[in-house]
Design a protein around this ligand. Structure first.
Ligand SMILES: [Fe+2]
Length: 542
């Protein structure tokens, strides 16, 4: 696949405490000098007026994947109104972007700076892996290009390995349908100033709603199946001011789920059986490439064709380790495709040997080994495992017949048992699974044998609801709760996010809910508070 030229992040990163005046000329000077020289011919050639290119930073700024000594900075250049074929249409094919990192909010004490190149073949995105900073402190950053400055983003480094850490605030988000609503949940999440945002999949949706689904706003393009299509989806999302606020407020650690490529795909298999593996892998490569281009993730996560290793680990001193897992890329085909559309739905174990087949996988062998090894790390008080799919079982059916949903871990029961057995054997400190995908609040106790409430409780699971996407039927799932006593709380009627406040002895869990996804100015409230006490894998009301 195309590669951006190696940027100048490491070569041109300068030493500490460089006055910013050395970096930035007054804006007027840039516009009449460098900016005008670079930008004017391009815009003249494309007949664009200057007000439209007042700034190329219309898709915002972001940081992510924090380390003890740095983080990744991201931006992607664009021009409003967005062109479905190329968000940066009208910009030069190659644009130098200066970045700077400061130790103060006003960007007066610049401690790192450099230049990266945004190229058309990379979707005009840049990823800068900044190094050499101090641990466990906030930093601020911004970009300059074509005579314009970006807004200032706030980010944070990890504590030094093993360092004492008393508290950590994590916002958890997933499933943001652009068409279903406005992103006020992102804005409220930003206002809580978390230390970290965990994004657990479905950042975009690849399909478009039918007109009779009453979308709040439209993508303005057909279902995404190629790089241009996926890029356009991300550009739509990224141009939303509330989403930009969430990125500018804190570093993000992101994983994907299915909609970054296609609804309910599984490994190299499309959920549309008529699509050949070879053709679907091409689509998967396009989706992965656009995901990378649009996420503040390490340069090492750049896909090679339709592969990218996105499972990784972050250590917050002696308080928490956070491992992220990829539940889409490596997994076996969906189990026993049913007659339901695209092969998904509920299945009965008696009719589906796939459920108990130990040769099947959710994570792939290499990722499984890596995940289990991570469970042996007892250096922190809490072991957070962030991934895209509901891990607890949700038994449907009746007394005669059990039925299970195919796309979640319920469709991969043998691999799930291996995972839970690994937790039981390795006994990580306070394991908590953080999950996405399901568009509902699910707070679950995880038993070693998911269908046996008498088996040992070994972990807990928190699934935040969606930012905007439609939830499953409240009545249907509520009716199943008596058969699923490990589900301590369920609600699919609200949109929002989860805020975790982690201390050594306790995790506080706040379920935040927005008043109306169709209202750009929606308010936020707390639906319920829960907690997990250290040493006790059980979700309790707080
Ligand atoms: Fe989703």
């Amino acid at each position: 696949m195309d590669r951006l030229p190696r940027n100048c992040a490491s070569q041109q990163a300068s030493g500490p405490r460089i006055g910013e005046n050395a970096l930035l000329l007054p804006r007027r000077t840039l516009l009449t000098g460098l900016g005008a020289a670079v930008a004017a011919p391009a815009f003249t050639a494309f007949g664009r007026s200057l007000p439209n290119i007042d700034t190329p930073f219309v898709l915002g700024v972001a940081s992510g994947d924090p380390a003890e000594d740095g983080f990744t900075l991201w931006t992607r250049l664009g021009v409003l109104p967005l062109d479905p074929a190329d968000a940066a249409a009208g910009l030069p094919g190659s644009v130098h972007v200066q970045w700077s990192v400061a130790s103060d909010e006003g960007m007066r004490s610049v401690v790192r700076r450099g230049t990266a190149t945004a190229e058309r073949r990379g979707g005009h995105s840049i990823h800068v892996d900044v190094e050499g900073l101090a641990p466990d402190r906030p930093y601020w950053y911004r970009f300059t290009a074509l005579g314009a400055r970006s807004e200032i983003g706030r980010t944070r480094t990890l504590p030094a390995r093993g360092a004492a850490l008393d508290r950590l605030r994590i916002g958890i988000a997933s499933c943001a349908s652009y068409e279903r609503g406005f992103f006020s949940a992102y804005r409220h999440l930003a206002e809580e100033r978390p230390d970290l945002v965990l994004f657990l999949g479905d950042y975009i949706y690849e399909y478009s709603l039918a007109a009779n689904a009453d979308p709040v706003r439209g993508y303005g393009s057909d279902t995404a199946t190629d790089v241009a299509g996926y890029r356009h989806r991300y550009a739509r999302h990224r141009s939303d001011p509330d989403l930009q606020a969430a990125h500018a407020a804190a570093p993000w650690v992101s994983v994907w789920d299915d909609h970054e490529v296609q609804d309910d795909y599984s490994g190299i298999w499309s959920s549309h059986p008529e699509l050949a593996v070879r053709d679907f892998r091409r689509r998967r490569a396009a989706g992965y490439r656009a995901w990378f281009e649009n996420m503040p993730v390490r340069r090492a996560l750049r896909p090679h064709g339709d592969h990218a290793r996105i499972y990784r680990r972050f250590r917050y001193g002696d308080l928490a380790t956070i491992s992220t897992l990829d539940g889409r890329q490596y997994r076996s085909r969906q189990p026993c495709p049913t007659a339901a559309p695209f092969g998904k739905g509920h299945i009965e174990p008696a009719s589906c040997a796939d459920l108990a087949d130990p040769s099947r996988t959710m994570l792939g062998a290499a990722q499984e080994r890596w995940a289990y090894k991570g469970m042996e790390d007892k250096s922190a008080a809490w072991t957070l495992i962030a991934q895209d799919l509901l891990m607890a079982t949700v038994r449907a059916g009746d007394d005669q017949t059990e039925r299970y949903w195919t796309d979640t871990w319920d469709g991969f029961q043998a691999p799930r048992q291996r995972f839970l057995d690994a937790i039981a054997a390795r006994r990580p400190n306070n394991p908590v699974i953080l999950s996405g995908d399901y568009h509902a609040y699910y707070l679950n106790d995880l038993h070693q044998r998911p269908d046996d409430a008498n088996s040992p409780r070994i972990a807990t699971e928190i699934l935040g609801t969606s930012i905007t996407s439609n939830g499953p039927s409240y009545d249907a799932v509520t009716a199943r709760l008596p058969r699923n006593p490990h589900i301590r709380f369920f609600d699919s009627r609200a949109r929002g996010y989860v805020m975790l406040d982690l201390k050594r002895e306790r995790m506080d869990i706040a379920l935040r809910t927005i008043s109306d996804r169709r209202d750009r100015a929606a308010t936020v409230s707390t639906l319920a508070n829960f907690a997990i006490e250290s040493g006790r894998p059980e979700i309790v009301r707080a």
